[in-house]
Design a protein around this ligand. Structure first.
Ligand SMILES: [Ca+2]
Ligand SMILES: [Ca+2]
Length: 282
């Protein structure tokens, strides 16, 4: 017989800590700039408008077209070959962000970039303009990159990147927009870095960033919005009540079965509760 599901707080004190890799997060709702949360600012030239925190979001810009203002999570663990996919989630609103299709090297240039370089030398860049999104996965002259996808970026949207098994996927508000092969490793790039902001000297942007998190995919974030909260709890409880991963009503892939034993039971619940308590993956 299945045990009764207890409220999360009843079990918190008794759950052992799981040893999972720490994700990297920038959370403006804490009231501080990325500089105060472990990220290193890169800004050029002097005279850029100073970023501010307003209503829990990081406001940038309008940045200089021929300058940069971005932050680097130096030493972040970026692994595109891990047992679980690399995941990056950012919630962003764009007032304005430029787009250039090709400045001679066949890569795109966006006013707002999220740039990831993995430990194996592979690169992946997500560009977000006022009217489109794109991946750059190839950085050698003559290589082609996936075409940009039209998108109204002027309201807050959740951008979710998954990279693993040789492919990169972009979901926007839960809908798959781009699915492209990752490029080959480069020998001459800095590794394990994630930049966000105006990262290019050939673009400018004005944006509001509400959240960015990256690291190994967080299994407990069942709706893929970067947090582990009541919305995920609702999804988990439904799977817990169903129990059997082979049940036809279970979501495809049985995502709530965190330990892979084909049932969603108390063992999975203990994993979920740890993340729920932290609001993000432990
Ligand atoms: Ca969630
Ligand atoms: Ca299980």
């Amino acid at each position: 017989m299945k045990p009764i599901l207890l409220p999360a707080f009843c079990l918190l004190a008794f759950c052992p800590r799981l040893a999972l890799a720490a994700p990297s997060i920038y959370d403006p709702s804490l009231g501080t700039l990325p500089d105060a949360q472990g990220f290193i600012r890169q800004q050029n030239p002097i005279g850029q408008i100073e970023p501010t925190i307003v209503d829990g979001t990081l406001r940038q810009g309008l940045t200089f077209f021929d300058g940069i203002q971005c932050w680097n999570g130096v030493g972040s663990v970026v692994d595109f070959n891990g047992a679980v996919p690399f995941e990056l989630i950012a919630r962003l609103k764009v007032q304005t962000s430029t787009f250039i299709s090709d400045i001679g090297d066949q890569t795109h240039r966006y006013g707002y970039y999220i740039w990831m370089s993995a430990g194996d030398g592979r690169r992946l860049a997500l560009g977000i303009s006022s009217f489109s999104v794109a991946f750059d996965t190839q950085f050698k002259l003559g290589d082609t990159n996936p075409a940009p996808v039209g998108l109204d970026t002027s309201s807050f949207r959740t951008y979710r990147v998954l990279a693993g098994d040789g492919r990169a996927k972009l979901f926007v508000d839960g809908i798959l927009k781009i699915d492209a092969p990752l490029g080959p490793p480069d020998v001459d790039i800095a590794r394990n870095e994630v930049f966000f902001g105006d990262y290019t000297f050939a673009g400018q942007s004005q944006t509001e960033l509400a959240f960015i998190r990256f690291g190994p995919r967080c299994p407990c974030d069942l709706n893929g919005d970067g947090l582990v909260d009541d919305s995920d709890f609702t999804i988990f409880v439904r799977a817990y009540d169903t129990l059997d991963c082979t049940d036809s009503t279970m979501p495809a892939g049985c995502p709530s079965d965190f330990n892979g034993d084909a049932v969603v039971d108390d063992t999975d619940f203990q994993v979920f509760v740890l993340a729920y308590n932290e609001l993000v993956c432990p």
